[in-house]
Design a binder for this molecule. Sequence first.
Ligand SMILES: [Zn+2]
Length: 606
Amino acid sequence: MGVRRRTTETARKRLYAASQYLDKKVKEELGLLIPFTVYLQDPLLAKNDPKFGFDKEHLVRWEPGISDGPTSARFAIVDYNGDTGHLAPKAKWNLKKEAFLDPAGKVLDHKNTKPLQFHQVNVWAVLQMALTFFEQGQGLGRPIPFGFEGNRLIVVPHAGYGKNAFYDRKSKSLQFYYFDNDEGERVYTCLSTDIINHEFGHAVLDGVRPYFIESCLDETGAFHEFMGDMTAILLLLRKNDFRKKLADSTDGNLSEAKQLSGIAEEFGKAVSNNDYLRTADNNLKMSDQKGSGPHALSEVMTGAMYEILLKLSEHYLDNSDNTARDAYWSAIQRMQRVAIQPLDLLPPVDVTFEDYALAVLRAEELANPTDPHNYIETMLKIFVKREILDESHAEAMREPRYVYARLRLKVFHDIDNISRSRAGAYRFLDDNRDALLIPAIQDVFVADLYDSQKLTREGRRVPRQIILEYLWRENVPLTGSEFGEFRGQSTTMLCGGTIVFDEKGTVLSWARKPGTQGGRNKAWKEEIAIGRKRREALLENIAHRIKSGQVGAVLGGEKGLLGTYVPPVTVRELDGALRFERTPHLSLSGEDHDHYQGGRSWEVSS
Ligand SMILES: [Zn+2]
């Protein structure tokens, strides 16, 4: 840590707006970044390998509202135990020491980890850094909304006894459970950096694409799991201390780094006697994991992106005088952009691995148009090998501007008018229905509209992006006997797209989920053919879930889903049609088994 000057709260408030232009070292000296102590990974790893024990330089952005709890603008730690009914006292914020204190007034750091209040600070500090990771320019370059009404995520570090942790939209919370392992030691999921970051990955994705939860597709559920695991890996490798030790112990060969590729080590050891819960270091293809549920399927994409990370670190090591430490830092900075920035390009609903892979490649083109090191080709090959993309994508991708060439707008709108309001964006959509392949009879609406200022790895600006997401609902009758008690009713299929413009109004990317209605020309026919396949998949999925008893009524009252068992899919009636929704409750494991028993269930997917 540099020499820290005493900066008063008033001075910090004055510097707050300018802090985006200040370098990390200066921010530390001015007290705009505050160091906290957190577990590098989890208590088991800290015990087994003390050099991977604590991160004492975990820097958290100062903000004006930090207070007891901890509480900050986006997080409130509420240490209520649903099993015991116990509400633990809050960690106390001490302005003078710039630290949180336990009830006895002692600073909570690596020398004082026993009090529950250390757990509260640990989970809060990890989340603060994770939020910065998504919001900074090398991430999404904009503030992240949550997928619920309100802006503060409630975090319950000791929710009760169980082998689980989850994000739950309805109660606006992250819930962390604890359990005793075979040696009789208590394992706290709120002390596992991987688990915290994984669950937060769900919360972020639910905020960025809230309609994914309505999808019945296994791949959309798997994408949620991938985001969780990818978040955990990238955030771990961003830790200076961890990265340096890893560089020294692997001598630049990142593929040997089991501490990095293994996710949730302590939890995995305790629940399944594996060295981790899941691993990113795999060679899985789509056909290997077909029909095996979201957690297992997610490993294909996690494996593909991890392979890209390894390729990047090899590249940075080979192509210059970089030390292993430098190479890892360059690779992780680049990987943040490669993995996170494409999220803004995704369609608003039913995301598949193919959609994400195409978004990754397009985002790379935008940030790195000349691509002197052929990164796009490298990534493309990995996606094809894993059966996420196929050769036809590869051929099309090599044609310049292949997707975007199809969008020929007839009625021009000033980008300022489109981006100023949802009503303005709607006029643009309505005036261009034919070019945008939006059926004339459908009531299209703007699902979201925002802009972002993304940066390259070197901190250069990527053109400002204006992102427009639009949707409509197509009515789908449930006619066969396979729909059981729901036969004769109808459901809806969400259709729509995401258009990304630059500041001049040029379309940078256009991702779509078609319906089954529309015009007669060639473009429409191709679109409708895809829409029909989507409808078939939707009906098949609903029938399968009804048959296997996965569909249940909406549960949970005021407190949301706390402590209750939840079916994987819920159904409710809205505007005369049924809505089948993936339960907005994304757990660490076991939420998506084809068979489940009633009662409280925390089984682990393997
Ligand atoms: Zn998960």
